[in-house]
Each structure stands twice: as structure tokens, then as C-alpha cells.
Design a protein around this ligand. Structure first.
Ligand code: SF4
Ligand code: SF4
Length: 421
């Protein structure tokens, strides 16, 4: 009898332990699915952001669209993004309008969005500017918190570190001390860095203190220039073939060391990969193929998508319903004569121009005019710019800041010719 009672007690304890464990696991799961801990009816899938403890939506939203919208349209866009299950946003832009629109759109739903905000970006003389000056960085970061209406962000992203020199300069710098101080104060919960350079990103990954890397990744950037097609039809196991070996090492290191990678330029920058005439590969990919390509790498936490308006968001959200056939990118390769490099992705990293020329916008309008032909609308948009390509003095100050090797002064000369000033 005593034996049976003991058995029952033991069984009861076992069940209680099991229930306790399940309850604990449920709490953890609810705690990590977004900051909001709100369960949504969505088809969105979530991935760990490295070892931060955060779970982030496979696709997420960039900040670019919020610069172009008014507050009401920003609210509509954010509402649809959140309701679809997106819980991650990148805010690199220091433009007050962008930040204020995002802050407005997040009112009452701040805890549903994990914010990756950049440290070292300011808006100076009407231009986006990268800085390592502590006072400027402080001013830029405090402005970000204020406009977002929050006292912290989840990921403090050291803005664009593209060369070995820039990475070396961080070491022991007052700027880096400031970043650590922000973490100590709880104003940022995790430290990240954004880079377009795989070697630098790899050094960051190996630093021991970087938890998240924002890296430019898509089928075009991965390809060894002039090399083989990085994949064969159906050869999913051969995903790394034909890819720059440093990039392969970066992806492997981040996967095995639990460093979160958030993808920028998923569609090639400015959506270039979605248009065969604009694509550096000479062929068009669909959004689903680009996203699937990135997410096939185990290290990737989320693809940040440049979304300008509701229609673009709806198009991108097709990802949630896409079939495996729609996601299959393995039958799309580069055209043999394509991928010459040096194309502008409209990323704005070359800013500021010494003459105030909005280089990315000029390049975008120039590309459209050259690709699709000049229209009165393009001319009107160009005329409305605060400064024009004809003001370029060929000073070269922008060149070292372009991660994509664009010959900017030559582009400005072409734009002057096409648009007349
Ligand atoms: S080279 Fe031309 S576009 Fe570049 S910073 Fe100088 S003036 Fe501006
Ligand atoms: S010129 Fe280079 S840095 Fe400037 S917007 Fe184009 S790709 Fe970006």
C-alpha cells in the first residue's frame, strides 16, 4: 500500500514538474516573441536574434518609407506591418521627419516592435551624416529616443563600419565608450554594427562584444564577381558554392557563434534585383526569391525590407502565403554579360556631399531616365532637388564613403548632361 501511495505521490510530483516546465516554457516563448508579448494570428515565422533572447519576424521593415509619407500614412503602414506579425524595424535615418513619423505610428504599440536604431547618425544641414564625434552621436541618439517616444531601444547599431581602419578606430575610442555607457544605462539592450564589408563584419563577429550584425546580402552581392553562378538548379546543398569565401566564413561564424544577422539590401538596394533592366545580374528576381535566398542561410535572423507604401508592403507580405515553387530561386542565374559592378544602390552612405547634392536621389533619377527614358515627371523631380549635379566640384569627398565603388563624379557629370544642370 505504502509503495502505491509513494508511486502516486511521485507521479503527482512528476506531473506538477512537467506542468511547471511547460508553463515556464510558454512564458519564455511569450516573452521572446517580440517585445510586445502579444499573441497575434499571423502566418509570420520568427527566428532567434542570435543569443539576445529576442525572437524576430523573418521579414521586417526599414525606415525609408516613413521619410516619404505623412503621419497618417505612416500610421497605416506601421499598423499593417504590426498586424501582419512584423516585429522588427531598422532606423538608420536621422531625418527628423522619418523618426517623428515612426514615433507617431508606434504610439500605443511601442512594445510590439523591436527597434534596431543606429548610433552615429545625425541630420546636419539637411543631409544624412555619419559621425564618430561623441557629442554629435549623443545628440543624434537622444533625438532618436525623444522622437520615438521611448526611453530605450533593443539594438543599438553602430552605424556603418566599412573599412578595417574604421573598425580599428573604434577600439578604445570615446565613441565606443559612449556605446557601452548606453548599454550600461539600459538605453540600448544589445550592441550591433552595420557593415557592407564581409572582412570587417567578420572581425566584428569575432570581437566578443558585438551581438548583432546588419549586413548587405542578396544573390547579387554574394556572387563572386565574374565567378561561377553561386548555385545550381536544385542543388540546395551546394548553397555556398561560388560565393565569396569571406562571406561564407562570416555566415558560418555567425551561425555557429549565435550572432544575429539582420539583412539590408535584400532586394539589391532600391529594389534593383526586382527589375531585369536595373538588376546587376541582368535578370529579375521576385521578392519571395530574394527573401528565400537570404533566409536559406542559418545565421540570418530577419530580412529588413525597404517598403515605401502600403502597396509595396502588401506585395512583400505575399511571402507569408508563398508556395515553395514561388520561393525557389535556384533557377534564376545571372546573365553572362551582366554584373559589371559599380551600380548605385541609393543607400545614401556617401552623404554628405560638400556641395549639398543629394547624390543617391540624383543617381536614382538618372538611372530611371537612362533606363526608361526621360519624362517631364523625372525632370520636375530633379528640378525640385535642393542642389543639382552640375554643382559637383569633383572634390572626391564622397568616394571613400561609397561601399559599392560608384564613380560618383562621373555620375554627376552624366546627370548634368541628362537633366541640363
Ligand atoms: S565629388 Fe561631387 S558629389 Fe562627391 S562630395 Fe564632391 S561635390 Fe559632392
Ligand atoms: S553612390 Fe554609393 S554610397 Fe552613394 S547612394 Fe549610391 S551606392 Fe550608396
Amino acid at each position: 500500500m505504502k509503495f502505491i501511495v509513494n508511486e502516486i505521490v511521485e507521479f503527482k510530483n512528476h506531473i506538477m514538474k512537467k506542468h511547471l516546465l511547460s508553463a515556464l516554457m510558454l512564458c519564455v516563448a511569450l516573452a521572446v516573441v517580440g517585445c510586445g508579448q502579444q499573441k497575434k494570428e499571423t502566418l509570420m515565422k520568427y527566428r532567434p536574434l542570435g543569443n539576445t533572447g529576442l525572437m524576430v519576424s523573418e521579414i521586417s521593415i526599414g525606415c525609408g518609407g516613413f521619410e516619404k509619407l505623412d503621419s497618417a500614412a505612416s500610421l497605416e503602414l506601421m499598423t499593417m506591418a504590426l498586424d501582419s506579425g512584423m516585429n522588427y524595424i531598422d532606423i538608420y535615418d536621422a531625418n527628423p521627419k522619418t523618426r517623428s513619423n515612426i514615433g507617431y505610428a508606434l504610439q500605443g504599440r511601442r512594445d510590439e516592435m523591436i527597434i534596431q536604431g543606429h548610433i552615429g547618425t545625425i541630420f546636419k544641414d539637411g543631409q544624412h551624416t555619419r559621425t564618430r564625434d561623441v557629442e554629435e552621436a549623443r545628440q543624434g541618439f537622444e533625438d532618436l529616443l525623444e522622437r520615438l517616444g521611448t526611453d530605450h531601444i533593443e539594438v543599438g547599431m553602430i552605424h556603418i563600419t566599412d573599412s578595417h581602419e574604421e573598425w580599428d578606430e573604434l577600439d578604445g575610442s570615446p565613441f565606443l565608450e559612449y556605446v557601452f555607457q548606453l548599454k550600461k544605462e539600459g538605453k540600448i539592450k544589445h550592441i550591433g554594427v552595420s557593415s557592407h564589408n564581409a572582412e570587417v563584419a567578420l572581425r566584428a563577429a569575432k570581437s566578443g562584444w558585438i551581438e548583432v550584425i546588419m549586413f548587405s546580402l542578396n544573390p547579387a552581392f554574394d556572387r563572386l564577381r565574374g565567378g561561377a553562378i553561386p548555385w545550381d538548379k536544385g542543388a540546395m546543398e551546394n548553397l555556398q558554392a561560388g560565393i565569396d569565401p569571406v562571406r561564407v566564413e562570416l555566415y558560418d561564424y555567425c551561425a555557429t557563434h549565435n550572432i544575429g544577422v539582420t539583412v539590408m539590401k535584400t532586394f539589391g538596394g532600391g529594389g534593383r534585383l526586382l527589375d531585369s533592366k536595373a538588376s546587376p545580374l541582368g535578370v529579375a528576381y521576385t521578392p519571395e526569391q530574394c527573401i528565400a535566398y537570404c533566409l536559406a542561410k542559418p545565421c540570418i535572423s530577419t530580412c529588413i525590407l525597404g517598403i515605401d507604401n502600403l502597396d509595396e508592403l502588401k506585395t512583400d507580405l505575399h511571402w507569408l502565403h508563398a508556395t515553395e515553387a514561388e520561393k525557389d530561386y535556384t533557377n534564376v542565374g545571372p546573365r553572362a554579360d551582366a554584373d559589371k559592378g559599380g551600380d548605385c544602390t541609393y543607400c545614401n552612405h556617401c552623404s554628405p556631399c560638400t556641395q549639398g547634392i543629394p547624390i543617391a536621389k540624383v543617381n536614382e533619377l538618372l538611372d530611371k531616365a537612362e533606363r526608361d527614358g526621360m519624362t517631364p515627371e523625372l525632370q520636375a523631380q530633379y528640378d525640385a532637388l535642393p542642389h543639382h549635379a552640375g554643382e559637383c566640384t569633383h572634390c572626391g569627398a564622397c568616394l571613400s564613403r561609397c561601399p559599392f565603388g560608384v564613380d560618383i563624379p562621373t555620375q554627376m557629370d552624366k546627370a548634368k548632361e541628362v537633366f541640363g544642370k
